[in-house]
Design a protein around this ligand. Sequence first.
Ligand code: UT7
Length: 328
Amino acid sequence: MGINILGMGSYLPEKIMTNDDFAGFLDTNDEWIRTRTGINSRNMAGWEPVWLMGKNAALKAIEKAGISPEEIGLVIVSTVTSDFVTPSIASILQYELGIKNAAAFDLNAACSGFVYSVDTARRFLETDDNIKYALVVSAEAISRICDFTDRSTCILFGDGAAAVVLEKSDKMYSSFLNSDGSGARKLFAKNCQPAEIVKQNSDFDDGFADMPVHKLYQDGKEVYKFAVKALPTAFRAAAEKIGITSNEIDWFVPHQANVRIIETAAKNLGAPMDKFIVTLDHHGNTSSASIPLALNEAIENGTITRGQKLALVGFGAGLSYGSVILEY
Ligand code: UT7
């Protein structure tokens, strides 16, 4: 069983931060950021609630889908920057959007979160006849966990949200989800843990004890090496299941981390760069929101049209990775 994307919407905070803005308080410059990453600008949420960004995107998706919120039976929100430890943003949206009877939960698969959520929603749609429509929202304010003194990391990230309404369909579909936890220390932000107490007991010393709380740490070089392999691996694993090749894909919509990662992966797959949707130049890396933001923009500007075959490919902290191949 496949899925149909019935409607989609996105939301970007108003404030835009350019590379030059970073150069105002960090030892960096526009040329370095553009040539090493492909990023020119990104949106910044400030303290705008992540759930509200998600709600704004979801309202548009539901309107485009032309359904009533009451017909939605499942809400999944992917985020690593929830406003709350609990409850889930999905529960908040379920009420805020007027969705009456739906399972609702958040899913954290870092930058692979949208791919994981879409595939999870598809499995619910396949196995539960009571669920007619599923709402998947990816909402992130990564700027909130950035260390703005770390020039190699903070310049990469931006904030935003995007949402899709999905329904069952007999369209072509395949997916692949995976994780390599041996790379967990390569990209993380930790919750509160008193370092002294953790270190007093070596059984509890998880090796993260001295790292600052709630700040994103990334070993850029190591994550880069992982990403250039993960992207083609995730695509091929899903493609092989249904006997499709990269030549038959109309559009690749990869996680928007670094244009050099996308270029290397394109070469590795033998696919031309002009088949890859790239929006990181003006979105930056918005973690799990990056794939649906890129997808929605390409749909809205007419680049992606109905009937085309798409490969959505994500990779990120975990280290998680995965892909979904579907027909739009
Ligand atoms: O969404 C999660 C997945 N994340 C990713 O996919 C990110 C993967 N990693 C990357 O995209 C890249 O590794 C970065 C963009 C993070 C870094 O690019 P790089 O080409 O690997 O640079 P580097 O870390 O090797 O640094 C090269 C130099 C260093 O200076 P020295 O040691 O050669 O003197 C850095 O200190 O560039 C310096 N540098 C900067 N210079 C100016 C690092 N950041 C900056 C900066 N401005 N913002």
